[in-house]
Design a protein around this ligand. Structure first.
Ligand code: NOJ
Length: 742
């Protein structure tokens, strides 16, 4: 059972909050307590009578989706002045990657590998949302996502537990601040979706997940633990079924792990009607049963559905939900309201906050967009383009000049009037000396009609270079927007082939909410720049990189497969008993050339796709080159009380100043359960001038090597480890060490 009041950690750390919580709780009727556990959809700019009555009667703890400031003010006034106990409301909103100013989608932000930039993006979003009365966002989304068919991979921070942990914690700090969350402009964060949602079978949204407990703990839970350690105030349950017990009633994750092991003392909100859906899952037989299972598991607040409001009082009366459990749930919510300072200031004063989409916010969005760009191919160093060496440029594609689509999924409040498109960015960068020809090529990325090809081919043929901006509209990713086939939709491949037939060099810019399988097009283009959905400042950021004002510095936060059938394909896979050999690392063309009797022995590979991705995790090109030298790892035999010091020399050996993402991977050679072939343990983004040399130091503790083994206990098992440092997950500079517990 969830620990009842008072929670030891909270009382020790914050006596005043805890004693206020207890004092308030002591005054509440059961109906008022149950009221705190309910969240409803607000009116959207007005206060309907039934909502007014609920708040006044103390039957509501939170609203979501109200962003009209005057209406929020009125809601809070009713709650604080007209309800018996004057408890303010939590005002929730999906502020996922920006508010009015839109940052790159979270997957794009993850490609920056820049925690400070991610923190700043969340801070800007918090300021803009708080100015509209919002005090709680449903972000960060930190589901580990290893299936790009899943539309929600766009909202995620990618496939890797360490990267998602570091960046998720940075987002929490950006929303909440890292010290005092009552400072105006700070809002509560919500780590979601707890837990395992990213493992939805076949990448189909809301689908079943079956995740062995060691994998759950080693892969899917670490970002949540990191968010809790970073002080996240709330968590949201997942819609999905986890090993037969839907997440919204799953006592293992909600009670045993979150409360008892991690000592989380914020609150847990369900996802939208996910408590009512326990019945749809076939886990409960009625709403009453659903309320009982969710409440006893530890879901503190119910989003939108009303099983708590309708049944908790009777469940308490019938001793099916203990009163102590209700008290603990209410206390969790009141604690967050008090920590946010809502009793004193239920909403920020917008006049004290920066204006939405002000220059400072747009600058952060441009930094974030620029650093999210991943250069995957640059044949003949076609990039950067030189405006002075060009007389004309063709800009082709349905995403080249679409202010809305570049914003990506989850942009309820994003305002496309501030968007700067790629076409605008290019025009501004090249000035009037260069002729810019434009052609849409396709009506949308999903169009199959070749009717606009002719214009596109003509524009390309008449120009020195072609920039094609293709991929996916925003609607092709996000919640419930999954794809079974992740190649370029519509006739885009045919459009690329038609333009390539002109012989003009093509720079392909991909805007998409997921990794796409680009095997068939990559060899037809000179350059490939992966831009995700870059947000408001896509245009200037992409132009900066295309024309060399900045070197690309994004690195893949997910593996890019060759073909859809390779999914799931991720770098931290297990070795298998028949791992690939150098011979099996065969490119798909080579395999096809030898088909159908191709055989490279009994190893783990696909006859028609090999076993390597198109581009590996961590990969991204620059306009310069980096050398990695003299790796040292000390001590060679690590004991429980030591720290491992990893030092490497990184040198910019090329012509321009640029960022490099120095990545450190470890393999635990033998474990009580099999261990991944390598795991990211540390990274640092550094900036080096041409010729500059830097010693980069990583410090690993024995705890960084720990995992949940066969007995499910988390510990560092003695034995030998390999360590690599380099610029992507195939890093070859190697050292080894051992852990000798002792
Ligand atoms: C459903 C989504 O799964 C969740 O991520 C979101 O925060 C809620 N709806 C609220 O809109």
């Amino acid at each position: 059972m969830t620990s009842v009041l008072p929670t030891p950690s909270a009382t020790a750390a914050e006596p005043s909050v805890e004693s206020r919580v207890l004092a308030l709780l002591a005054q509440m009727t059961l109906d008022e307590k149950i009221g705190q556990l309910l969240q409803v959809q607000a009116g959207g700019g007005w206060v309907p009578d039934d909502l007014r009555a609920m708040i006044r009667d103390g039957r509501l703890g939170s609203v979501l989706n109200e962003v009209d400031f005057a209406t929020v003010q009125e809601l809070q006034r009713i709650a604080m002045a007209e309800s018996r106990l004057g408890i303010p409301l939590l005002v929730g909103r999906d502020v996922i990657h920006g508010f009015t100013t839109v940052m790159p989608i979270p997957l794009g932000q993850a490609a920056s590998w820049n925690p400070e930039l991610v923190r700043r993006g969340a801070e800007v979003a918090a300021h803009e949302a708080a100015a509209r009365g919002v005090n709680w966002t449903f972000a960060p989304m930190i589901d580990i996502a290893r299936d790009p068919r899943w539309g929600r991979i766009a909202e995620s921070l990618g496939e890797d537990p360490h990267l998602a942990s570091v960046l998720g914690a940075a987002m929490v700090q950006g929303f909440q601040g890292d010290d005092d969350p009552t400072v105006p402009g700070r809002i509560a964060a919500c780590a979601k979706h707890f837990a395992g949602y990213g493992a939805s079978e076949s990448g189909r949204d809301y689908n079943t997940t079956n995740i062995p407990e060691h994998e759950l703990r080693n892969v899917y839970l670490p970002p949540f633990k990191a968010a809790v350690d970073a002080g996240v105030m709330t968590l949201m349950t997942s819609f999905s079924d986890l090993n037969g017990v839907p997440a919204s009633a799953n006592t293992l994750i909600l009670r045993d792990i979150l409360r008892d092991e991690w000592q989380f003392d914020g609150f847990v909100v369900s996802d939208w009607e996910s408590i009512r859906q326990l019945q749809v899952h076939g886990f409960t037989a009625s709403d009453r049963d659903s309320a009982r299972e969710a409440a006893n598991a530890g879901v503190d607040m119910e989003m939108v559905s009303r099983t708590y409001a309708d049944h908790l009082a009777a469940l308490v009366h019938d001793c099916e939900v203990p009163m102590a459990q209700i008290d603990a749930m209410v206390a969790n919510i009141l604690r967050v309201k008090m920590r946010l300072g809502l009793f004193e200031t239920p909403h920020a004063d917008p006049a004290t906050l920066p204006a939405a989409a002000c220059d400072a916010h747009l600058a952060v969005a441009q930094d974030a967009a620029r650093e999210s760009l991943v250069l995957l191919r640059n044949e003949g160093a076609i990039l950067p383009l030189s405006p002075t060496a060009l007389s004309s440029i063709a800009v082709i594609g349905p995403l080249a000049d679409d202010p809305h689509e570049q914003l990506g999924t989850w942009i309820f409040d994003g305002d496309a009037q501030y968007s700067r498109t790629v076409l605008q960015g290019i025009r501004a960068a090249v000035g009037s000396e260069v002729t810019v020809r434009t052609a849409r090529g396709l009506e949308t990325t999903r169009s199959h009609d070749h009717g606009l090809f002719e214009d596109a081919v003509a524009a390309a043929a008449a120009s020195d270079v072609v920039v094609m901006v293709l991929g996916e509209e925003a609607i092709l990713s996000g919640e419930a927007h999954c794809r079974a086939e992740i190649t370029l939709p519509g006739a885009q491949e045919a459009l690329i082939a038609a333009v390539a037939a002109t012989g003009r060099p093509i720079v392909l810019v991909i805007m998409a909410g997921r990794p796409l399988a680009l095997e068939r097009v990559v060899s037809q283009v000179h350059a490939l720049l992966y831009a995700w959905h870059p947000g408001t400042m896509a245009g200037p950021a992409i132009a900066e990189v295309l024309f060399g004002m900045a070197a690309p510095s994004g690195r893949l936060p997910v593996t890019l497969p060759r073909v859809t059938g390779q999914i799931p394909i991720y770098y931290a896979h297990k070795p298998t008993g028949k791992p690939s050999t150098p011979e099996t690392l065969i490119h798909i063309d080579a395999i096809e050339a030898r088909a159908p009797q191709t055989s490279v022995g009994n190893t783990s590979f696909h006859l028609d796709a090999g076993d390597t991705p198109l581009f590996p995790f961590g990969f991204g090109l620059s306009y310069t080159t980096f050398a990695y030298e003299t790796l040292t790892v000390e001590p060679h035999a690590l004991t429980r009380d030591d720290i491992l010091s990893v030092q490497v020399e990184v040198v910019n050996t090329g012509p321009v100043a640029a960022h490099e993402v120095v990545q450190c991977y470890v393999r635990d050679r033998v474990g009580s359960i099999t261990r991944p072939v390598r795991e990211l343990k540390a990274f640092r983004k550094v900036y080096l001038a041409p010729g500059e040399r830097m010693t980069v130091t990583f410090v690993l503790t024995p705890d960084d090597l720990a995992f949940h083994g066969r007995d499910l206990r988390r510990r560092t098992e003695p034995g030998h480890f390999d360590l690599w440092v380099g610029g992507d997950s195939r890093a070859t500079l190697h050292a080894d060490f051992s852990y000798v517990a002792g």
